[in-house]
Design a protein around this ligand. Structure first.
Ligand SMILES: *Cc1c(COP(=O)(O)O)cnc(C)c1O
Length: 372
């Protein structure tokens, strides 16, 4: 068997274990402690813009708490980008609300401003104003922040910024993760940095952070008598895994640079193949290039290429299957323009880890070239 080349595998720098050792030495083996607050500080400094960060057990938990904090309840409607991973949308259903799916634009592959406005007007005319908009920076490419924020402002609907794949991306030099009313990050195993599993909720409002931590730690009104006046969750990040996060923060900039270099390398070596397309950054946008993606001419080519690489033990993956195509969301209203259906059929995510060697990249490139 040839050595496996992964799509995006964890990449430890060595420092992680020192922070984990601190947790063991001080016996802070709990969902709180110095690594948790240290990791939150690191993220707050990195994101800047006056961000307040609550470290949580996952990005999904962060989206769930965001919706609770925005008062999303049973019977409400929440707008969500259709072209995303299902974790963006599932928490809407946890709240008993209905997701309204919106298609993508070509420029960023994210939320289409025109479809978004059509949907908002239509929902309002049907008698329900959406409670929130979940906008995603898919594959690290920022959505059109200027247009989407403008629409959200006009209709006065808060944005939950799903920045799970976009730590280290920016628009006009402002970091992704600072554009939403509430923003979320993920540190799952294959994300740009990982804590093995974990996430964070980000807000410029300290009150939102405090409320998120309150809800994430079982909503205990007082420490002594265990008084509860709201339903709580067990969503806090553990002090052990936060140690991994602190180590990873020391190399985040390096990882982003490497992932961007992966993309540039693929593009430089493959752009002579006329039937392959790459997604360029819209002006003022800076992508962390979490995953390098290519568009092939059609689904047959995409599958043939995927299987050819798989035979060489190289992991690739189709782009996310849009939510409006998913059996679980069949009944959800959706506003579709064909873009995400097309991207899903033709697109392939190539190995993109910050630990990929040039040899591995060359091997992948030569197999793709041999196909064409
Ligand atoms: C990974 C991911 C999530 C969920 O994050 P977890 O930490 O895995 O729960 C949400 N949205 C998007 C777009 C993601 O890629």
């Amino acid at each position: 068997m040839k050595p496996k080349i992964w799509l995006s595998s964890p990449h430890m720098c060595g420092k992680e274990q020192e922070f984990i050792s601190d947790a063991f030495d001080s016996n802070w083996i709990a969902p709180l402690g110095p690594n948790v607050s240290g990791f939150e500080k690191d993220l707050e400094l990195y994101l800047s813009e006056g961000s307040h960060v609550a470290a949580l057990s996952s990005g999904t938990a962060a989206i769930h708490l965001s919706l609770i904090l925005l008062d999303v309840k049973s019977g409400d409607e929440v707008i969500c980008q259709s072209f995303t991973f299902s974790a963006s949308a599932n928490p809407i259903v946890y709240q008993g609300a209905t997701p309204i799916f919106i298609d993508s634009e070509r420029e960023s592959w994210n939320l289409c401003p025109e479809q978004l406005e059509i949907a908002i007007k239509d929902r309002i005319s049907k008698g329900k104003k959406p409670k929130a908009i979940i906008a995603v920076h898919l594959y690290g490419m920022p959505y059109n922040v200027k247009k989407i924020s403008k629409i959200a402002e006009i209709y006065n609907i808060p944005i939950v910024e799903d920045s799970a794949e976009a730590l280290g991306s920016s628009v006009n030099c402002q970091n992704c993760g600072t554009f939403g009313e509430i923003s979320i990050l993920s540190f799952n195993g294959n994300k740009i940095i990982t804590t093995s599993g974990g996430g964070a909720l980000v807000s410029k409002n300290k009150d939102i952070k405090d409320k998120a931590i309150f809800l994430a730690t079982q909503a205990r009104d007082t420490d002594v008598s265990y008084l509860h006046s709201s339903i709580g969750y067990n969503y806090r990040m553990s002090n052990v895994v936060a140690g991994i996060g602190r180590g990873q923060m020391t190399v985040l900039d390096k990882f982003v640079a490497k992932r961007r270099a992966n993309f540039e390398y693929y593009k430089k070596n493959l752009e002579s193949i006329n039937s392959l397309e790459f997604l360029n950054e819209p002006s003022n946008s800076n992508s962390n290039r979490w995953l390098s993606c290519v568009l092939t001419p059609n689904i047959e080519t995409r599958e043939a290429l995927r299987l050819l690489l798989e035979k060489e033990n190289i992991e690739t993956r189709p782009l996310w299957k849009p939510m409006h195509q998913q059996p679980i969301f069949k009944k959800a209203p959706s506003y579709i323009n064909g873009v995400s259906d097309d991207l899903f059929e033709r697109g392939l995510c190539l190995p993109s880890g910050s630990n990929l060697s040039e040899n591995e990249l060359d091997k992948i490139i030569s197999i793709i070239k041999s196909y064409f």
